[in-house]
Design a protein around this ligand. Structure first.
Ligand code: SF4
Length: 436
């Protein structure tokens, strides 16, 4: 991050090359204007612009039982609730790595299960990855080598605004964007799913785009059919695909002839069953193609640092998310500790959401502690609410990119006097230590 004019007054500070931590794609070319506490996005996708924009207002104070208080008092109240809990569930987990570490410290101290808000897609993908593995690629590999990109499902720019600019940048007017190994050639992009938005078409203007329209609930079937065709099997027994079967058949030879094909899908927008089927089919297609050429999967995901939460849980406990820890043990039970299920047995909910105003799930069985974005609108006033800053807006932090190979440093844009999740969690840990 750089400021293009350090000598100017804070009233018109323009910050360029801002790194974005919201969707997991890791764009690092955003631009904002900062004036006091106010942030006005200048260059960002629609989602990042919405989440970066801030008014020039003081942050709300922490609250206990709806009454404003200090961070220390709110942390002490949270500590009292946690000490009285026997089955706590931690949800959301939208935080930078430091915040996640401290939240996991609380879970270790008090005993709790934990899950991330966006883990549905992750676990659908893990069904294949955990069972048979797959060959996955990275943003850099797609940019530099991919000559045929197959996208299953709805337009991915609806969730990842600049995905095509990152994966297949146009070299026009930007020498840095020129791919290393497919320079001078138009890449082929095949969309098997929903129609592309105008913005997506503009981003792909330099490529050869083929759209095979498939309703979302038949994307999994289409993915299976394509893999079957690649493996030399017939799909005549799939009448639902009559309309698109010829287009799928026509894709087989280009895939076999491609130097480096990549299969992309966003499990988070498909049903759990369909997402798992698409992951299986995409990985299966790569298995078939890899005998004679290069191919890989590139699953889209990573919102609110879920990749970092997944990694941090693995480092720390040896298990992924949807694990319960405490008393020196860890137990991974993905069905039992998915947030919706865990809350049926929980007696306390601790919710973390620093990247966006994401409210906790409805919960009436015990106290709710929220370490959350200051704009969060609650359906039930939490027993303890500590407004926290956003990594990359209010404080430094690290988040993982969706391909897991890069940990991105985020820098603050303003001083809003909001504690980070790490600071709020540390205050709670401190209150627990004092009471021990
Ligand atoms: S596409 Fe994702 S990483 Fe890029 S600016 Fe938008 S929200 Fe941020």
């Amino acid at each position: 991050m750089t400021s293009d004019d350090e000598s100017r007054d804070d009233a018109d500070r323009i910050v360029t090359d801002v790194v974005c931590g919201f969707c997991g794609l890791g764009c690092d070319d955003l631009e904002v204007a900062v004036s006091g506490r106010a942030i006005r996005p200048i260059k960002a996708c629609a989602e990042a612009a919405r989440l970066l924009a801030r008014p020039d207002q003081p942050p709300p104070a922490p609250r206990v039982g709806g009454q404003e208080t200090t961070l220390a008092e709110a942390a002490a109240a949270a500590g009292r609730h946690l000490r009285g809990s026997r089955a706590a569930a931690f949800s959301g987990l939208g935080a930078d790595l430091d915040g996640l570490r401290r939240v996991f410290d609380i879970a270790m101290t008090c005993g709790a299960s934990f899950d991330h808000e966006a883990s549905g897609g992750l676990f659908a993908n893990l069904e294949r990855l955990g069972r048979r593995g797959w060959i996955a690629t990275t943003v850099a590999e797609v940019r530099n080598r991919c000559d045929l990109l197959v996208v299953f499902g709805p337009d991915p720019t609806l969730s990842f605004g600049h995905v095509f600019e990152r994966l297949l940048p146009s070299a026009a007017g930007d020498a840095d964007a020129a791919p290393l190994f497919v320079a001078g050639r138009r890449r082929r992009v095949v969309i098997i799913g929903g129609a592309l938005s105008e913005a997506a078409r503009r981003a792909l203007a330099g490529q050869e785009v083929v759209e095979i329209p498939v309703p979302t609930d038949q994307v999994a079937l289409a993915a299976q059919a394509l893999t079957a065709l690649l493996a030399g099997r017939a799909v005549a027994d799939l009448p639902e695909l009559d309309g698109i079967a010829p287009a799928l058949v026509a894709l087989v030879e280009p895939l076999k002839a491609a130097a480096y094909s990549v299969f992309v899908w966003n499990a988070g927008v498909l049903s759990t069953r369909d997402a798992a089927t698409v992951a299986e089919a995409a990985a299966g297609a790569v298995d078939v193609l890899s005998v004679t050429t290069r191919a890989a999967v590139f699953p889209l995901g990573g919102r609110d640092n879920i990749t970092g939460a997944h990694q941090a849980a693995l480092w720390r406990f040896g298990y992924p998310l949807r694990t319960s820890v405490g008393g020196g043990t860890a137990r991974h039970a993905p069905d039992r500790y998915a947030t919706a299920t865990a809350l049926k047995d929980a007696d306390l909910l601790l919710h973390v959401s620093a990247f966006r105003p994401g409210a906790p799930a409805d919960f009436e069985r015990g106290p709710v502690i929220a370490l959350a974005h200051p704009d969060t609108v609650f359906t039930r006033e939490p027993d303890v609410f500590i407004p926290v800053g956003t990594p990359g807006v209010d404080h430094f932090g690290h988040v993982f990119r969706m391909d897991s190979v890069v940990c991105l440093p985020l820098a603050p844009l303003r001083n809003a006097e909001l504690p980070s999740v790490a600071a709020a969690a540390e205050a709670i840990l401190d209150s627990l230590r004092r009471a021990a």
